[in-house]
Design a protein around this ligand. Structure first.
Ligand SMILES: Cc1ncc(COP(=O)(O)O)c(C=O)c1O
Length: 506
């Protein structure tokens, strides 16, 4: 057939932005659309087109293959290419028409559950971030960790990099289990790696709870855990607490009313008040759980950071009935984005959890797990922990000094020095309603009592059942803030505290 008039787009001829073969496909398509070649008519051979366009024949072949894929031309056996009988332009015209008639229609997904949307500004974006459990990520030994990550890539364990055991990398399970045996006295349980402890909380809830069940939680507590429990249709029951942690006598009353399936506890550093639950209360609570057949989820989220003495061993370390499900995380030891957490429980529960995890996301990132395992094997992990514990101890003491100096200046603040953890629970001595919003405007982030108090979730009917002493914990009486001391240096803490105090006590 005669040569076609083909015009290559200037983008391909001058800037080279568009690949040559795509520009040729484009020019051929335009020629077909313009009627230079009719449907079913043959195209010039690839050799001729290559000569005409001064390009390699393979480039023309790639352009023709593109047009075949788009449905404009078809290959004829041993006789080159021809234009298809029905051009795709006709079907796209039909589609356009349908689209025009439906222009006003907007699809709406019918979502079954309304979840809270993640805040637009992250706590870390504020100039002073007092959020409670944040480590100082700037101090993480990235260079040291990088070498373990590089090693995992240089000598990959090919078999493990595919799908497979949802419990996690055997090396990491071994390292953490050994560490827990040595440092936290947890011996007779199985361990599985999760995408942070939040995934463990979610899976535990899905496996153990059903609508109508009750979950006993600390009255001041960790809302992400509550959200996971409530997602199953279970009802949260707040257990009263005092300055020593939750009150066993109230727990006994709640258990006696029936239907409680789980008790969620943060015994070492109560979240958010930081109080350690003493041995005698732990024993009473454990005995009640055995008596009423209630499983305990023990969330030991920042065990290592304890300053004044050795931390008390977890409840999971002395669990003859096997009802404690122990969860912990690397979010404080590394950073939240590492997404390494773990759950330790009886073999049967771990098997079920692993089967459930396979359903959600198969397994956690293998390279990260292998790198953390190497980091632990070679001692880097414990070295980092020692350095961070020393640093956070100093930072706790520094914040205590600062707060004491404000007390000396006459501010009515009050606090107990926490034996461990990463935050101070501070009574501001007057209502702090509205303080958070004012501070956010001044680039200071912190969390206030109302955010941790389950009472704020109660309806007016529920409230009328409360005793007067409980009512005092509501709205206008909120006085506490949680001040993280680990993530910021002394200058940042000094400046941030000055803004907080000046804002509340003007
Ligand atoms: C009480 C509590 N549990 C668990 C976690 C850690 O959760 P994750 O491992 O999902 O990062 C935190 C972190 O803030 C926490 O405060």
């Amino acid at each position: 057939m005669k040569a076609l008039t083909l015009k290559l787009s200037s983008e391909s001829t001058t800037s080279g932005k568009q690949a040559k073969y795509l520009a040729i496909a484009d020019a051929l398509r335009k020629a077909i659309k313009a009627g230079q070649v009719a449907p079913t008519e043959g195209l010039p051979s690839a050799r001729k087109l290559a000569q005409q366009l001064l390009v390699n024949r393979h480039t023309v072949m790639a352009a023709l293959a593109e047009l075949v894929a788009q449905g404009w031309v078809e290959a004829r056996e041993r006789s080159g290419y021809r234009v298809v009988a029905h051009l795709p332009i006709q079907s796209s015209l039909v589609i356009n028409k349908v689209q025009q008639t439906q222009q006003s229609f907007k699809w709406k997904f019918r979502v079954k559950q309304n979840l809270a949307v993640t805040p637009k500004i992250k706590a870390s974006e504020y100039s002073y971030n007092f959020s409670g459990g944040q480590p100082d990520i700037r101090k993480f030994p990235f260079d040291e960790f990088k070498s373990h990550f590089a090693q995992a890539c240089q000598r990959p364990k090919i078999d493990n990099l595919s799908y497979g055991d949802s419990r996690g990398e055997a090396d990491l399970i071994e390292e953490i289990s050994t560490y827990l045996r040595r440092v936290r006295s947890i011996t007779d349980k199985e361990l599985m790696i999760c995408n942070g402890s939040q995934e463990a909380l979610y899976m535990i809830s899905q496996l153990l709870l059903q609508p109508g069940d009750k979950v006993a939680v600390e009255q001041l507590g960790y809302p992400p855990a509550w959200a996971a429990f409530e997602r199953t249709g279970a009802q949260l029951i707040a257990i009263k607490q005092d300055e020593r942690g939750i009150i066993p006598a109230h727990l006994a009353q709640v258990f006696a009313q029936g239907k409680v399936k789980l008790l969620y506890l943060t015994p070492l550093h109560q979240y958010p008040t930081t109080v350690s639950l003493d041995i005698s209360r732990r024993m009473q609570i454990y005995q009640l759980a055995v008596q009423y057949g209630v499983a305990i989820v023990e969330d030991d989220y920042d065990h290592e950071f304890h300053y004044d003495s050795q931390p008390i061993a977890p409840m999971a370390a002395d669990d003859p009935a096997g009802l404690v499900i122990y969860i912990s995380t690397f979010s404080k030891l590394m950073f939240g984005g590492a997404r390494i957490g773990y759950v330790v429980a009886s073999n049967t529960l771990i098997e079920r959890l692993a089967a459930y995890k396979a359903l959600i996301n198969h397994k956690c990132n293998v390279l990260v797990q292998q790198s953390v395992a190497k980091w632990m094997q070679q001692g880097g992990f414990e070295g980092h922990l020692r350095r961070m514990t020393r640093l956070y101890h100093k930072r706790r003491d520094f914040m205590v000094l600062q707060l004491k100096s404000y007390q000396e200046q006459g501010l009515p603040i009050h606090f107990e020095i926490p034996a461990g953890g990463m935050a101070i629970w501070l009574d501001m001595g007057k209502s702090i309603v509205g303080l958070k919003e004012k501070l956010l405007a001044k680039r200071v982030y912190l969390q206030t009592e109302v955010e941790f108090n389950i009472r704020k979730k109660l309806s007016d009917d529920d409230l009328s059942d409360l005793e007067l002493s409980d009512k005092n914990l509501l709205d206008k009486e909120y006085r506490f803030i949680r001040l993280g001391f680990a993530a910021m240096n002394e200058v940042e803490v000094t400046e941030g505290l000055a803004i907080i105090m000046a804002t509340l006590y003007v």
